[in-house]
Design a protein around this ligand. Structure first.
Ligand SMILES: *Cc1c(COP(=O)(O)O)cnc(C)c1O
Length: 389
């Protein structure tokens, strides 16, 4: 029985996947080369005209990056994957592969701020129009699709920063436009959008996948035909993944299951603790029974994720005092790493939005986003207890 036929569970796939380019080395080999030598003119021609030539030129493909792509494809149940220099590199390349002047995109209004700025600013500049819907409302995506005109449905679930969900079955059932889900907050261990019929799944691998705050990387996975189109454009867009960052992400994948399980358990405990705290006006975490989409979360997520958000009743001043007092939790904007991080979206990640756009995105003055790390949860509770006093 070959490994493919064993139907391994995701935690095992995270260990077995992406090893082909490294021979018998257990750790992935780092290919730093940007260019490879051909044996003769015909060989050079063959490399120059094939898809993803493994050893031709760094912008086309790189064996270390390829191993990372293979691992993600396997974890997502995809035929093919392509890595990029960042999550935004993956997103921008995917959008510009499929959209042209006159195209129409449907997206939820609850989105990573960089994605929102890209769609509303630059895509609009190229004549690509976006309709934003409330992605939590059943049927909202389907109703906004304009047959024959909508090229892309681009969702994000759970969403940044309020952990709102989109229904993967609904998005997967939309026919006509290509459907793309940014699954960064879930990681490949938390949910599998492709299994719901979604065409493409996208990650900022900078976050939980690499998981150690030492890589800037993005990835898209799906059917080979779509990834071929993305590769053909992506080679020219040039948001090429760094082999070193792909190496770090591949190492991160080996421990992804155990990290996300620990972090999600801590997130659940902290979310329940925040819910009982008098200084906290509201907690947003899909694992809470009080989350308005908890049933949907149970249907489509294996884990409820490593990020939560909460509203401090005292608003921005209360956030300032908390940030000044906490010692274990750190103030930084990323997520998915070993350190517990908090950020104030209104003054950092979402600062470029207008007040009205912030209100629509649910970015309130007292809102804090928290990415749970790998510290002992007892120490985190003690630190936050002190900081919220
Ligand atoms: C961080 C992030 C991105 C962008 O990824 P980069 O690697 O920073 O370019 C996109 N979507 C989500 C949900 C993110 O958290």
């Amino acid at each position: 029985m070959s490994r493919d036929e064993q139907h391994l569970k995701p935690a095992s796939t995270a260990i077995t996947a992406g090893r082909e380019a490294s021979g018998s080395s257990l750790a992935p080999a780092l290919w730093g080369s940007s260019v490879w030598q051909s044996t003769c003119m015909d060989d050079a021609n063959q490399r120059a005209t094939s898809m993803r030539p493994g050893q031709f030129y760094g912008r086309y493909a790189n064996p270390t990056v390829r191993s990372f792509e293979e691992a993600i494809a396997e974890l997502e149940g995809a035929e093919e994957a392509m890595a990029f220099a960042s999550g935004m590199g993956a997103l921008a390349t995917t959008v510009l592969t499929f959209c042209s002047a006159g195209s129409h995109i449907v997206a939820p209004r609850q989105l990573y701020a960089g994605t929102l700025a890209f769609l509303q600013g630059h895509c609009a500049r190229f004549g690509i129009e976006t309709t934003l819907v409330d992605g939590t409302q059943p049927g909202a995506f389907t109703e906004a699709v304009q047959p024959g005109r909508t090229t892309l449905v681009l969702a994000e679930t759970p969403s940044n920063p309020r952990l709102e969900l989109c229904d993967l079955d609904e998005i997967g059932s939309i026919s006509g436009p290509f459907t793309v889900v940014d699954s960064t907050f879930a990681t490949p261990l938390g949910q599998q959008p492709l299994a719901h019929g979604v065409d493409l799944v996208l990650h900022s691998a900078t976050k939980g996948i690499a998981g150690h705050n030492d890589a800037t990387l993005g990835v898209v996975a799906g059917e080979r035909e779509l990834l071929d189109a993305i590769w053909l454009y992506g080679v020219l867009h040039g948001a090429t993944a760094s082999p070193f960052d792909a190496l770090n992400a591949l190492r991160g994948i080996r421990t992804l299951a155990i990290r996300t399980a620990h972090q999600a358990a801590t997130a659940q405990r902290l979310a329940e603790w925040f819910e009982q705290h008098p200084a906290v006006a509201g907690v947003h975490y899909p694992g809470l029974a009080s989350h308005p989409q908890h049933d949907l979360a149970k249907r489509q997520m294996r884990q409820f994720g490593t990020v939560l958000a909460f509203d401090l009743a005292g608003g921005q001043e209360a956030v300032r005092r908390m940030f000044d007092t906490m010692q274990l939790a750190r103030c930084a904007t990323s997520l998915g790493g070993p350190e517990t991080l908090v950020c104030h979206p209104m003054t950092t990640t979402h600062v470029s939005l207008t007040a009205e756009e912030q209100a629509i995105a649910g970015v309130t003055p007292g809102l804090v986003r928290m990415s749970l790390g790998l510290e002992d949860p007892d120490d985190l509770v003690a630190d936050l207890q002190r900081a919220l006093r």
